[in-house]
Design a protein. Structure first.
Lengths: 258, 361
């Protein structure tokens, strides 16, 4: 009885540590005061102010653009990697695809920065951020697609060929519809990863181009204003929605990530 | 000319020879079965016919034309897979329409043919159902319908009844025979069940270790097995070690060590002293309590060791004088049947002189 109580207490404390800070951010984004100190009254003026902040809007537009492009491209590439891993079962491919997923972000950020500047002599900006985001998103999509394929009866693909479908027709009529939920889940996952990535983006963004997380960071260097709370709340809501959507398309996704 | 001809086909996987120099000719309209234990190469042959695998040596011809290098989708034959392999995202009608769509048939023709084929397998009311809503037997029928709808030259069936329960399997066997007769399409059927093979086939090729041991009609296979493996694999059989003592044109004299002389028949001229096995089906052996009523040519004394009452028949295991145990199946409804023998009873087992087969070593 006693040990049960302590287990519950420990769990509750853990969740409190996880979610109270997030809740505070959300609550204070509606606080009618410039200071994040005490509750004064309800307002939505910080959200209105956000809509008139040009820097913020430009950063948001950049983030959305990069997230859309990088998640689209990494869905295609990741699906190809997932299919290849499933079909040919090469030993080295999972390692190659999954390493960027497991790699510490700071390492990936630094190495990409060096690669772009020293090796390719690429000027940093939207393009370098895009490439970086694709790099770390492919692995996630590949894993989701492969998991979906692993649960499938292999002979249905042979059956399609047997019944007169060319390899391309088999892909279009059988494989693609069957992995579609995994592709959607992978896309949403990649979108989420891209839109709130800070560390890697920080290294490869260069000067002059900001994404939403970079913009937030530069704002809190001065002070944590209610405006930061508001934009954080919006970002949180978007991410949460996407994760929930993704887990609807691939029900084992949330389990796998725990 | 045979519809399908397999000529000296060999297939190796690394060091393993899955199929060794197999030659078979399958005629149009035939229900042909490849029978054998798992790993005998029967599925490899089926996959090579379907085009999922290519022979290492030899060739496969359909209508006299080599299938070498022809991809599966270009071969005018379809497969019914063991797992049914129905497309889970398509309805029953969608599944059956698939091969017609791939063949570029018109929407009108597709609708008509799907309807006809659904009627053929008695699934008219399931056209809009998805595979996960069907029972095992219904999935089986959809797989058959999908394989037949585009009228292939050949339908390959890979253990299609394996996943069904025993009662349903017998029903599906009867349906399968009727279906094959109705559509007139050549069936090549793969199974490890000798009962299924005997019940369904026009001809059976018994395989072991990548080779065809015997290819014959079911009753020939059962009554005239070519060797010990076939005799033992197809049905129940007693194998008695013997040596030839006399061989005339038809009559054959055999000696079983510790038991005595056995009279048999064999048209082959056999050398005196040749060793082999005398193969005898249990249902050809009579068990009697008295020597006088055991009036068949071959007659030996023994003792009942075990008996199994199976309803229609009783299986006796009788230990003979030389210690060998022989199995005999006696019908329980035999006229004038006095009583059952009990375990431990001294009995006489007997059989006609033409009842068994001599198998050379």
């Amino acid at each position: 009885m006693n040990s049960r109580f302590w287990l519950w207490a420990a769990s509750l404390a853990t969740y409190a540590f996880l979610y109270i800070p997030l809740a505070v951010v959300v609550i204070f984004s509606f606080n009618d005061s410039l200071l994040n100190a005490e509750w004064v009254g309800f307002t939505t003026r910080w959200y209105t102010k956000l809509l008139h902040d040009d820097d913020m809007l430009r950063a948001a537009a950049n983030s959305l653009l990069i997230a859309l492009a990088s998640s689209s491209i990494s869905t295609v590439l990741g699906a190809m990697a997932g299919l290849a891993m499933h079909r040919y079962r090469p030993r080295w491919l999972p390692l190659l695809v999954l390493t960027p997923v497991a790699m510490p972000e700071i390492l990936l950020g630094v190495s990409l920065l060096l690669f772009f500047r020293q090796v390719l002599d690429l000027s940093l900006g939207l393009f370098s951020i895009l490439v970086a985001h694709i790099t770390f998103s492919i692995g996630f999509v590949a894993v989701i697609v492969r998991a979906r394929l692993a649960g499938m009866d292999e002979s249905i693909f042979e059956a399609a060929r047997d019944l007169g479908a060319s390899p391309w027709a088999t892909f279009r009529r059988i494989t693609l519809p069957l992995i579609m939920p995994a592709l959607l889940a992978g896309f949403l996952m990649a979108f989420t990863l891209s839109i709130d990535d800070f560390v890697i983006t920080f290294f490869v963004a260069g000067v002059g181009v900001n994404t939403l997380p970079l913009q937030i960071y530069s704002m809190i260097k001065v002070a944590v204003t209610p405006e930061v709370n508001a934009v954080s709340t919006l970002l949180m809501a978007l991410t949460l929605t996407l994760i929930l959507l993704a887990s609807r398309f691939a029900p084992d996704l949330l389990k796998a990530r725990q | 000319m045979a519809l399908l001809e397999i000529r000296n086909v060999t297939r190796r996987f690394g060091a393993l020879e899955a199929v060794k120099d197999v030659s078979l000719a399958i005629e149009a309209g035939e229900f042909f079965t490849l029978l054998g234990p798992s790993g005998c190469g029967k599925t490899t042959i089926l996959r090579m016919i379907a085009g999922f695998d290519e022979p290492g040596e030899g060739e496969i011809l359909l209508d006299g034309k080599s299938l070498a290098g022809v991809p599966p989708e270009k071969r005018p034959l379809h497969t019914v897979f063991q797992s049914y392999a129905l497309f889970p995202h398509m309805t029953v009608a969608g599944n059956i329409a698939f091969p017609l769509e791939m063949a570029g048939k018109s929407a009108l023709e597709i609708r008509r043919r799907v309807g006809e084929t659904l009627a053929l397998v008695h699934l008219e009311d399931k056209a809009a159902s998805f595979p996960h809503e069907l029972s095992g037997g219904q999935k089986q029928r959809v797989a058959l319908a999908r394989g037949l709808v585009n009228q292939p030259r050949l339908l390959l069936l890979d253990e299609p009844l394996g996943a069904l329960d025993a009662k349903l399997r017998v029903e599906m066997q009867i349906e399968l025979i009727a279906l094959q007769r109705e559509v007139g399409i050549t069936f090549v059927f793969v199974t490890h069940s000798q009962q299924e093979a005997l019940a369904l086939s026009h001809r059976i090729a018994v395989m072991r270790g990548g080779r065809v041991e015997q290819c014959d009609e079911p009753d020939q296979l059962y009554t005239q097995p070519a060797n010990r493996f076939v005799a033992d694999f197809v049905g129940k059989i007693n194998l008695i070690e013997v040596a030839v003592t006399a061989s005339s044109k038809v009559l054959l004299g055999l000696h079983a060590s510790g038991l005595g002389e056995i009279a048999a028949t064999d048209p082959r001229p056999l050398a005196v002293g040749e060793k082999g096995a005398f193969a005898l089906r249990p249902e050809l052996i009579r068990v009697h309590g008295h020597k006088e009523s055991a009036d068949l040519k071959n007659r030996f004394q023994g003792r009942v060791r075990e008996l199994l009452y199976l309803g229609d028949v009783t299986l006796y295991k009788v230990e003979l004088a030389n210690g060998a145990v022989i199995e005999a199946l006696m019908p329980n409804a035999a006229p004038g049947r006095a009583k059952f023998h009990e375990v431990g009873d001294a009995v006489w087992v007997c059989w006609r002189h033409d009842a068994g087969v001599f198998l050379r070593n």
